[in-house]
Design a binder for this molecule. Structure first.
Ligand code: FES
Ligand code: FE
Length: 382
């Protein structure tokens, strides 16, 4: 193959192997998902002490629960005796404690080892040291965020900063009161594509006119191919005849009362690296969390959040949910269409980004910075 110089309007993407290679994926798990703050679950899923959920973060299984005081807690889901996985269910309610099903080592909701066969005959065992290993945890926007690093990065200068960079200030997001909204619908998508393809797709709107007829009807400016995320603080305006962010432009539900005039009739999108997308419209919030499970497999959990009164009223949410469910399916189909080609010899050096996608190159550079020096871009940058 003859090497041709990349024209100025195009920027090379990552090489294909970055989307297929097990070693590269392992490096991402180690240096991205196990080091950064990771949005693990909706806080309301942990209803009280001992209510639990298990999630995969990087290469680890993480056990999320609440202690007797109702505080969120996160632990490595690994028994300190001989390593059995403590909880195998995806969610549940522990009665008084977590008991390992192998030899019955038993831990309280603060992780302390409180019982084990013959434990009294081993008085030298420190029950905290041999308790469940804790993971940094905090709640924000009504979600439980964890960080597996022993020295977690500042939440403010990472997660919050991403929102500031995109929306201009944190208040713009706070006005949606996301922590007080209720899950009206959750859909989980098992996507046969690398997590980066999903992020890249979310960051651009060059594809909108081709694959999102319903969305471009509601947000006509998306037909131009410039995503809302292209400009700081910009939200795409609803079309003139559009009454709500719904599949057919029909009126939505009761608007979030604290949303201001500049946010009314607009759609804002935020990417919080590495695995969260937040979509804001006047009457609901669509919140995506990705769980990358393999180089070619990512589970995406998507919540549609509404005012509590709207969810409790039992009003039909279908028209609101259908719009982004359709968008999700269209996007994930596109990502799945790209994934097999990542291992094609034709994509060995990657593809190209057009000008309205140039900001994706920053994401590519960021990935490479995180995973370290040996994963070098194979195509020279202009
Ligand atoms: Fe858990 Fe033995 S491995 S009690
Ligand atoms: Fe899309």
């Amino acid at each position: 193959m003859t090497l041709i110089e990349t024209p100025a309007s195009l920027i090379p993407t990552l090489p294909g192997r970055d989307y297929t290679d097990a070693g590269f994926f392992a490096a991402e798990q180690e240096h991205i998902f196990e080091k950064m703050w990771f949005c693990a679950a909706r806080a309301s899923e942990l209803t009280g002490p001992g209510s639990f959920r298990t999630v995969t973060v990087g290469r680890e299984s993480v056990l999320l629960t609440r202690n007797r005081g109702g505080e969120p807690r996160a632990y490595f889901n690994v028994c300190r005796h001989r390593g059995a996985r403590l909880c195998t269910e995806e969610s549940g309610q522990a009665q008084r404690s977590f008991q390992c099903p192998y030899h019955a080592w038993t831990y309280d909701f603060d992780g302390k080892l409180i019982a084990a066969p013959n434990l009294t005959k081993m008085p030298d065992i420190d029950r905290v040291q041999y308790g469940l290993a804790p993971i940094a945890v905090r709640e924000w926007l009504g979600y439980v965020w964890v960080c597996l690093a022993s020295d977690p990065p500042s939440f403010e200068s990472t997660v919050l900063q991403e929102v500031v960079e995109r929306l201009g200030d944190l208040g713009a997001l706070e006005r949606y009161g996301v922590e007080d909204l209720r899950v009206g619908r959750r859909i989980s998508y098992d996507v046969g594509a690398n997590w980066k393809l999903i992020v890249e797709n979310f960051m651009e709107c060059y594809h909108c006119a081709t694959i999102h007829p319903e969305l471009t009807e509601v947000l006509p400016e998306f037909a131009d191919g410039y995503a809302a995320q292209y400009f700081v603080g910009h939200g795409a305006q609803f079309g003139e005849d559009i009454q709500g962010f719904t599949i057919d432009g029909s009126p939505g539900v009761e608007a979030i009362p604290t949303v201001d005039d500049g946010q009314d009739r607009r759609y804002f999108a935020v990417t919080v690296k590495p695995q969260v997308f937040i979509n804001l419209v006047p009457d609901h919030v669509i919140f995506h969390r990705m769980y990358p499970l393999a180089p070619d497999r990512t589970v995406v959990e998507c919540d549609w959040l509404f005012l509590p009164g709207v969810v409790e009223s039992g009003v039909d949410l279908t028209a609101s949910v259908q719009l982004f469910d359709r968008v999700n399916q269209q996007d994930f189909d596109a990502c799945e269409r790209c994934q097999p080609s990542m291992s094609s010899r034709l994509y060995r050096d990657g593809g190209v980004l057009v000008p309205s996608e140039h900001h994706i190159a920053k994401f590519h550079d960021w990935v490479h910075q995180q995973v370290g020096g040996d994963a070098v871009r194979s195509t020279p940058r202009p």
